[in-house]
Ligand binder design. Structure first.
Ligand SMILES: Nc1ncnc2c1ncn2[C@@H]1O[C@H](COP(=O)(O)OP(=O)(O)OP(=O)(O)O)[C@@H](O)[C@H]1O
Ligand SMILES: [Mg+2]
Length: 231
């Protein structure tokens, strides 16, 4: 089977005034369908830059990126947005929920802004099923400010899955959670990875989170380094 993600020689520089900041120095990486992979590395090593490129939120300065059989290396931002909407779900460090919407509405949101799609009743049934899978069946009508941090991240996870993405990306999804809640969130992602067969790729600083992943990759100063473990 072809790889879901295939990066070769990916480089990324940012221009800061007259200075060029090199964030990625030639990253090669493949991820297969169904994997559950964590990228670790110190602050400034390039994790967010890498996830943004993989998530089609940003473009590499050089190198080739094939996502689910589509070469996205030379696509413009409009094309990237289409690919992103079709294939990728995001979970953010700070949850990024919409405060005026309740749990069900937040989960439903990515579908409600898409043209066409399924009818309201079918969508609502899927929202309720996902809310149940993330343990929030009793909270469908609560607003984000009535939830704990862990519960908010559960909403964000369900929201990332509602569009049935091929790939879920999460940049430091447990950074704002205490260690017990982090464990529960990672376990939940693992469970959903098995249950829904969705590929997860996420970044973390936290060595405790790394232990839960099946595959761990390390990045340092914009390059993948040895020490990656698969278990
Ligand atoms: N928009 C930007 N403009 C200029 N430089 C940037 C920009 N974004 C990131 N960088 C630089 O690129 C490098 C990699 O940053 P990146 O945010 O990818 O690291 P990170 O591993 O996610 O760090 P952290 O763990 O702190 O989130 C750093 O040197 C950073 O200063
Ligand atoms: Mg980062």
């Amino acid at each position: 089977m072809p790889h879901l993600i295939e990066l070769s020689g990916i480089k990324k520089s940012y221009q800061l005034g007259l200075t060029e900041v090199v964030a990625l120095r030639g990253v090669d990486l493949t991820v297969d369908v169904g994997e559950f992979t964590v990228v670790t590395g110190p602050s400034g090593s390039g994790k967010t830059t890498l996830l943004n490129i993989i998530g089609c939120l940003d473009r590499a300065s050089a190198g080739k990126y094939v996502l689910d059989g589509i070469d996205v290396s030379d696509r413009d931002f409009d094309d990237l947005a289409d690919v992103r909407n079709q294939k990728i779900g995001f979970i953010f460090q700070n949850f990024n929920l919409i405060p005026v919407l309740n749990v069900a509405e937040n989960i439903e949101f990515p579908c409600s802004v898409r043209p066409g799609g399924e009818d309201a009743a079918t969508l609502r049934a899927r929202v309720e099923k996902l809310a149940d899978e993330v343990g929030l069946k009793q909270y469908l009508h609560h607003k984000p400010d009535e939830l704990s941090g862990g519960q908010r991240q559960r909403v964000a996870i369900a929201r990332a899955l509602i569009t049935r993405p091929r790939l879920v990306l999460a940049d430091e999804p447990t950074a704002n959670l205490d260690s017990k809640t982090s464990d529960q969130i990672i376990d939940l992602m693992l469970q959903l990875n098995k249950l829904e067969g969705v590929t997860f790729l996420f970044s973390t600083h936290d060595p405790r989170v790394v232990k839960h992943a099946r595959r761990a990759l390390a990045i340092s100063d914009g390059q993948m380094v040895d020490g990656a473990l698969a278990h």
